[in-house]
Design a protein around this ligand. Sequence first.
Ligand code: SF4
Length: 99
Amino acid sequence: MAASTETCKQTPGAFAPVIDTRRCEGKADCVRVCPYDVFAVRTLTAGERGALSFLTRVKVAVHGGKQAFVVNAGQCEACGLCVAACPEHAITLARNQPL
Ligand code: SF4
């Protein structure tokens, strides 16, 4: 099913997705559904792996060593498609603080 932007009602950048690294398994559903290319999935660097808890490092390794990253937060229109699509319930939306 094609992603829809019909429900996107927020000014771009007013909200941004937050990924729970304890939950993300890099399955890339967020990449597939986001109409604005906000996400990328890639292999974690050694430093990024080192910042995770032991259990999360093991979990990430079992799932190919990849996780999702927010690479274009300013493009998010808070449609919620990624929140609904993530099978691990790893994504929430947070309102950005005004400058
Ligand atoms: S809510 Fe998620 S799917 Fe929608 S624009 Fe923002 S990052 Fe993309």
